[in-house]
Design a protein around this ligand. Structure first.
Ligand SMILES: Nc1ncnc2c1ncn2[C@@H]1O[C@H](COP(=O)(O)OP(=O)(O)O)[C@@H](O)[C@H]1O
Ligand SMILES: [Mg+2]
Length: 448
């Protein structure tokens, strides 16, 4: 980062300066451990730590000043502001105003990180959110860290309810806003799907003048008017950008024809999942919206690789699909359908989908029913279960722990089968998935 700002200039916009204000500010950090020369430290009070306790440390490490709440730190130089979180967003807004390259925002219930990664691959030279930096800290830091050489900025944006994105939008002000989908995710937070749609729509309301909204063609709740332009995307449907003739390989990766207003390309993805053609179409539509070259987009999509823990395929004597990182009805459905597409018998080890509120029982039952309808050989349900087993019926086996699940899978898995491991993070099935991978490569002799 090389912001080229001064403390005095920032104070003039944000609050009251205490101490000398002529120091140059080249970067912004909220983490005292990574603070260095030229950085401005912003003290954020989190759940576990309060940044105000680390302001001294940041200055000692070379930070040129700190943004703090009044009365919370005596460190100098400091800029006192009523709310340090708002100040961080305001700093990002300052940076945003300086940017002349296209800015793209990606939100939605699922697929944000994947679509962001695909988009980053489709726009060479773009700066994109590191990991899942998508909240009120990660979003402004992403914007602030944009290198001056970036060809575009891609920001992943999460939403925790009405008003959340609206609060973040001035820091991003995208020229292109993507909503990947609306799904049954965190409905406990949103209440109902209409509120969820309104909450995501805030990204469109935050567009620059004549900005482009990239929206799923098949989502009626997002068919709304706005002052800018809408480009739609979809799979096997009518849209501006469509993935059609989708087929899947044994590794769960898709091939399809990408149909766009400027031509067609054949695409083979490296990221497994039945949901990936949709994410790729969204990414392609967004890249085209900023004038991307279709060949470059096609190459970028084909080269994109996923982040850890998202449907990791491990092929041994049997295949393990480790998707233990998170689970909600949309992503469980995508994973169940992906694994059912593969050769060999599909087996699912499933656990609780957290944060579903009043629809929890119904959605767990629906997932169990889906597994049965897709022809799963077994559904092993680990721990708390609002309805998976009852939905899956005869193929369900309920166990108390991951160890019990391991024993059961080891006993019933055959060569060529695929075992999907999926639950909310809190259920902790990552270890089980890893042990199953070891089992799949270590087992000798032919399985039954
Ligand atoms: N378009 C999609 N439709 C349904 N499920 C999806 C889609 N994209 C991703 N998923 C599921 O959501 C999980 C998380 O994907 P990710 O890209 O990290 O989403 P996010 O950043 O929105 O949390 C994936 O492992 C997959 O199971
Ligand atoms: Mg994410």
């Amino acid at each position: 980062m090389s912001l080229g700002w001064s403390l005095g200039r920032i104070a003039a916009r944000l609050g009251k300066l205490v101490g000398a204000g002529d120091a140059g500010v080249d970067g912004v950090t909220t983490d005292s451990r990574t603070a260095g020369a030229g950085d401005l430290f912003v003290a954020i009070a989190g759940d576990t730590y309060d940044g105000h306790d680390f302001a001294e440390q940041a200055i000692a490490a070379g930070a040129v000043g700190a943004i703090v709440a009044p009365g919370r730190s005596e460190v100098e130089p400091r800029i006192e502001v009523p709310a340090t979180g708002d100040a961080l967003l305001e700093l990002a807004a300052m940076r945003r105003e300086e940017l002349t390259v296209p800015v793209l925002a990606v939100t939605g219930s699922t697929g944000k990180t994947t679509t962001k990664d695909m988009l980053a691959s489709a726009i060479p030279g773009a700066w994109a959110s590191p990991a899942s930096y998508n909240n009120e800290i990660g979003v402004p830091l992403t914007v602030l860290q944009t290198p001056s050489t970036a060809r575009a900025l891609i920001v992943e944006m999460g939403s925790r309810g009405r008003g959340h994105l609206a609060w973040l939008m001035p820091a991003v002000r995208p020229d292109v806003a993507v909503i990947t989908n609306l799904g049954v995710v965190h409905l406990e937070t949103f209440g109902d799907i209409a509120t969820l749609a309104d909450a995501k729509w805030e990204v469109v309301e935050g567009l620059t003048d004549r900005g482009v909204a990239v929206l799923p063609a098949d989502e009626p709740r997002l068919q709304r008017d706005h002052p800018g332009v809408t480009h739609t995307f979809g799979v096997n449907t009518t849209a501006d950008v469509v993935a059609r003739d989708v087929t899947f390989g044994v590794d769960g990766c898709s091939r399809f024809t990408l149909d766009t207003p400027v031509g067609e390309r054949s695409i083979a993805l490296q990221m497994p999942g039945v949901h990936q053609p949709s994410n790729a179409a969204a990414a392609a539509a967004a890249a085209l919206a900023i004038g991307g070259d279709l060949d470059e987009i096609g190459r970028g999509l084909a080269a994109a690789t996923g982040s850890r823990w998202r449907m990791e395929f491990h092929r041994g004597r049997f295949t393990v699909v480790n998707d233990a990182y998170n689970a909600n009805p949309t992503s469980v459905e995508a994973a169940l359908r992906t694994v059912a597409e593969l050769p060999g018998r599909p087996i699912a080890v499933l656990g609780l989908m957290a944060e579903l509120g009043g629809i929890s029982a119904g959605e767990h039952t629906r997932m169990g029913e889906l597994a049965a309808a897709l022809g799963y050989a077994a559904v092993i349900v680990v721990g708390e279960d609002p309805g998976l087993a009852s939905g899956a019926g005869a193929i369900a086996r309920s166990v108390a722990s991951a160890d019990d699940a391991l024993e059961l899978v080891a006993g019933l898995v055959r060569e060529g089968d695929t075992v999907l491991v999926k639950a909310s993070r809190a259920v902790g099935l990552e270890r089980l998935a890893e042990t199953l991978v070891e089992l799949s490569v270590s087992r000798s002799g032919s399985a039954a």
